[in-house]
Design a protein around this ligand. Sequence first.
Ligand code: BGC
Length: 351
Amino acid sequence: MKAKKLMALALCGAMIASMSVPVFAEGEKVGVSMPTKDLQRWNQDGENMEKELKEAGYEVELQYASNDPSTQLNQIKTMIGNGASVLVIAAIEGDSLGEALDMAKEYEIPVIAYDRLLMNSDAVSYYATFDNYMVGTVQGTYIVDALDLENAEGPFNLEITAGDPGDNNAGYFYQGAMDVLQPYIDAGKLVIPSGQVEFAEVATPQWKTDTAQSRAENILSSFYADGTNVDVWLCSNDSTALGVETALAANYSGEYPIITGQDCDIENTKNMIAGKQSMSVFKDTRTLASQVVKMVGQIINGEEVDVNDTETYDNGVLVVPSYLCEPVFADANNYKELLIDSGYYTEDQLK
Ligand code: BGC
């Protein structure tokens, strides 16, 4: 199928080459595979990409996989069968799409890993994401500044809620934050009353709000029921922060902690404005979508593809050439400028 298609395109390319227009530009199909509609960000990512790809003249097949890896696998195979020229994939589990990726390789379809790295496959052409390690360092640095850990004696009580072990990003977020916080833990300025600190102990399968909530409830009833304050709760993203915030509302009466997050989801931004979450790392999905659309165009036109990191993201088989966008933090002081003035949200959405 692919060979035939390539031959047809080559003929067509030869015909229009003299007009010096891009050979494969218009009408190519791009398959976009997103993990779930349950989380706000993936809806935005999908919508932004679909809109921009269509504006650039491509056909788009956009699918959401209900957080079910086998659904995602089948959807990608269908996209290949439907003649996708490039695949953009935000994996549910970085490790479970091997069969579809092998098929993409067989048909010579370039694959861009979107936001989350695709692991253990040599079929991955590029990776586009926000700098995942930096997301963690931004969260850690926010905590250091908010508690003035350089000068304050402490000790402050810290708890940690990290992300999905199946998502390669989760380890980077955790490590980025811990690399900033570890010196203060070593110095005794930060202590962890639950003792739960290793990634495996603090991880949240599938980033589920309910799972984060029940773990937080257990921690609060076991270690804070006697009136001990929890001063800071490091949460890797907004869906887990929401679970911790719900647990705190019903099970805790001490001083309200500093809570971190990521994504600036609407519910969490509302909580920031209401003082129930301190910050959220802002990853403007429009920026990432535009970058990926640019990379798709470069691939299709046979141009050099824009990357800015060729060292960090080893997927177990190869170091995937990557483009890393820079995340920033949002809080109650700067959210208007970042989120409203930039047109990301309207004021009404945050009421
Ligand atoms: C993304 C985060 C998101 C999380 C849960 C991660 O891979 O980078 O932005 O909060 O998945 O969907």
